[in-house]
Design a binder for this molecule. Structure first.
Ligand code: ADP
Ligand code: MG
Length: 411
């Protein structure tokens, strides 16, 4: 996904392009649309995944949408509460750079420095205020901050705020805000304490959780086989006989594909089970149980059926079909190599799937290792080696030209 596919105003997209972000991170892809829909959202994603822009970009957009109607109002519309001065400055910096082509006013207040300069800035009017809890309460008591017209309340680094003992301050601040508002909570982890806080300050929140294995796949070996579609079943049998052992999940794009492969593997004597959307919940549960207890060592699944099912200790996964959404590839391979164990992912790519591999390699920012020594004809795209980095500079026009040419060559 590209930033331009998100419903953000041009002035924001321009600023994002200047920040040299190539594409939204997973947490940004999931969170930005929800914030734009004015949902209450609780987000858990590890440090460094880009949570700040996940709230800053849509917040700026929401403010721009309303700006004309409320020109010049001096009330604070957005408050971002964060535990430390450093974080407050960092968030301020982010807001300033993403809103540089707008006239939104942003400032930060935090303890440890004089109150007067902060009061002066507040008196001129601020749209977005970033604050540490203690200083926010001080300024409110002294009459410099009015939160009664607040529209969006953001709690950033919530787990850290709780560890630092700010829970009562947060509850106090929340009471100063109107009941009708949007609340967003960001955290690296969601311990029970956060759940408790969330219950008291956020109603009806949508949860976004990004597991570490969705963003990294360090200990997962990734191997790629180029071959014609009609030989995929043979390659699968070949690998099961000679190369892959243990508990294996085979992913297919369609229900029909799952059923067909299951029949073939059963005929070949494998203990196999399967899940897809046309099977009843009972049948699917039984399949998962059989796989977990190793009654069946092979599980064939569609992506939708496998979502959210906690199956660990998988030795390998096979991408029998290459997913057309690159994030799906990352989800799939994240099923192996969990909890520090190593795992391996085999991908079978037929000529019509070459473009999917290209977008996957762009997402994971590295080429997948190609295995040539298999017994089937090889359909490797030409110029393969250049691919992962070609898209970076002159993007769109060129990219589509290139893929058109590629299509001619491969169909
Ligand atoms: P978090 O709050 O999740 O710990 P930050 O919002 O501080 O993460 O972002 C971490 C770093 O990633 C920052 O340097 C930020 O500029 C950068 N960053 C954010 N979004 C993107 C993106 N889409 N592409 C590249 N870098 C990004
Ligand atoms: Mg952060």
């Amino acid at each position: 996904m590209q930033f331009s596919e998100l419903p953000l105003q041009k002035s924001i997209l321009k600023a994002v392009a200047e920040a040299r972000f190539q594409r939204p991170t997973l947490v940004q892809q999931k969170t930005i649309p929800l914030v734009l829909e004015q949902k209450n959202v609780i987000v858990a994603a590890q440090t460094g995944t880009g949570k700040t822009a996940a709230f800053a970009l849509p917040i700026i957009n929401l403010l721009l949408d309303k700006q004309d109607a409320e020109k010049g109002a001096k009330t604070i519309k957005i408050v971002v509460v964060t535990p430390t001065r450093e974080l407050a400055l960092q968030i301020l910096d982010n807001f300033k750079s993403y809103s540089k082509y707008t006239n939104l006013r942003t400032t930060a207040v935090f303890g440890g420095v004089a109150l007067e300069p902060q009061k002066e800035i507040l008196a001129k009017g601020v749209d977005i205020l970033v604050a540490t809890p203690g200083r926010l309460i001080d300024l409110q008591i002294q009459g410099n901050i009015d939160l009664s017209h607040l529209e969006i309340f953001v709690l950033d680094e919530a787990d850290l705020m709780l560890d630092m003992g700010f829970i009562n301050d947060i509850k106090k601040i929340e009471k100063l805000t109107p009941r009708k508002k949007q609340t967003l909570l960001f955290s690296a982890t969601i311990p029970d304490k956060i759940d408790e806080l969330a219950k008291s300050v956020i109603k009806n929140a949508v949860k976004v959780e990004i597991n570490p294995e969705e963003t990294t796949a360090k200990n997962i070996g990734q191997l790629l086989y180029y071959l014609p579609k009609k030989h995929k079943t043979d390659l699968c049998l070949h690998l099961l006989r000679n190369t892959i052992h243990g508990k294996i999940i085979i992913f297919r794009r369609t229900k029909f594909g799952v059923d067909k492969l299951e029949q073939t593997l059963l005929k070949n004597g494998y203990q196999v089970t399967s899940i897809h959307g046309d099977k009843t919940q009972g049948v699917r549960n039984k399949a998962i149980e059989d796989f977990k207890s190793k009654k069946a060592t092979l599980l064939i699944a569609t992506d939708v059926a496998a979502r959210g099912i906690d199956i660990t200790n998988v030795d390998a996964i096979i991408n029998f079909d290459i997913p057309n959404v690159p994030e799906t590839y990352v989800h799939r391979i994240g099923r192996t190599g969990r909890a520090g164990k190593s795992g391996i992912a085999f991908s079978f790519c037929s000529p019509d799937e070459n473009d999917y591999i290209k977008t996957i390699e762009t997402l994971i920012e590295k080429p997948i290792k190609v295995i040539d020594n298999h017994p089937y004809p090889i359909h490797k795209p030409k110029h393969k080696k250049k691919q992962p980095n070609t898209i970076s500079k002159h993007k769109k026009g060129r990219k589509s030209e290139a893929s058109k040419k590629k299509k001619k060559r491969w169909y």
